[in-house]
Design a protein around this ligand. Sequence first.
Ligand code: NAD
Length: 498
Amino acid sequence: MPELSHFIHGEHVSGTSGRSREVFNPVRGEVTSHVPLASLDEVSAAVDSAQRAFPEWSAINPQRRGRILLKWVDLIAQHRDELAEMLSNEHGKTFEDAKGDIQRGVEVVEFGAGAPHLLKGEFSHSVATGMDVHSLRQPLGVVGGITPFNFPAMIPLWKAGTALAAGNTFVLKPSERDPSVPLRLAELALEAGMPPGTLNVVNGDKEAVDALIEDPRVKAVGFVGSTPIAQAIYSAAAAAGKRAQCFGGAKNHMVIMPDADLDQAADALIGAGYGSAGERCMAISVAVPVGEATAQALREKLEQRIAKLRVGPSLDPTSDFGPVVGADAKERIENYIGIGAQEGAELVVDGRGAQVEGYPNGYWVGATLFDHVTPQMRIYKEEIFGPVLCIVRAADYEEALRLPTEHEFGNGVAIFTRDGDTARDFTSRVEVGMVGVNVPIPVPIAYYTFGGWKASGFGDLNQHGTEGLKFYTKTKTVSTRWPSGLKEGASFIMPEGS
Ligand code: NAD
């Protein structure tokens, strides 16, 4: 059974804590490797390495750092299929979807190659007699990233790409469920020319995360994962005097207005609700049709499409989505389906007990559809994080707007309509961080910024884009006066000597 490692100072390092956990292939439900769970000392060694790498990496001028980032992008592209297969095998998402996971991460690294421009400060001439002021952005030093299982390439690349572009060195603690892709990305970073220690990977669980937060040499932590942990890490990081941006769970709504193209809306809902088995923080889990006629027509279209959906092996190109990540995830999702039925929602399509021929132990959950869900139900209030779509029928636009606005989570939301005025009103009034108009999964492109509101995000600066650069840099403001200079005392006479 392969034993995975940490990646510290440019080398694979075996775990020494004596603790490890199994990594599964969710299609087969089989253990494929063991991942070490780092102790405090192992995390400390990774931070030490990043601390030693910082002077060299931060002193490289940003344009040259950018070239190294672009070389990293090239290497990731060269190895894209290998990485995507590795990703599918540990996560369970389809091969094509895994390529998207990698691509959306790479785009942020490409954006980071623009660091020379992004790190420019401000300058004001003559703020007082003979005095100028300028500001500069400097890297923080060693920074840490703690990432979830559901985007094992994209989110580590979002965090590390931005932090490294700004001149920081980085310690990544990826999800222990699918650690192979992050380890491979760190190898490729070294090959691209990053000095050893610039990007370290320590595998682990709460113990490693606590060690990162408590280490005074780590100046900032970026977290993505579930809300209770995001909130706990945000508080602990603040108490330890470091900056933190912590992104949590979601319950993303899609409002379907009576004037929407219902075929387009149904197609969008199927992709956004069931793609990646619903294990996306921007997945749509609540459909809000406005008016009974819209609800009825939409439900019929969804049922027709769900009947054709195929859950299957991740590497089979005919699969629409793969298994969920683990036996515990399958149990949790199936539990929620039971709860929804008990709560009185109408279980239109039940994905429990799904089977795929040839893979009896895979973590399969079929596409599930509930109708007549109400805001009081647990299946509406809580994040299920699986292929479960809930229809909440709204009588009118105002009720539809209130649902995502008043929900505890505020990550993403979408509205489908042909009316510009409705869309404009919705985008300005809804209390959610990322909004799509006829776009079901409005993940902002690399040069914008990603972040949810309310219980979906803690901290004031978002991930990637210029906000990401701000998060990973500190501003220094310099006031300069040169009271006297050579020009006053300059001599125009040839000195005669003593
Ligand atoms: P998770 O919270 O279980 O784990 C996330 C990370 O935290 C992992 O690296 C894990 O090892 C670590 N961790 C787990 N328990 C911990 C603890 N007690 N103390 C400290 N660290 C701990 O999340 P997950 O299951 O890997 O990912 C799914 C969740 O992530 C969903 O809630 C999803 O909505 C969310 N997510 C949010 C975003 C976003 O940008 N808002 C993006 C992707 C995923």
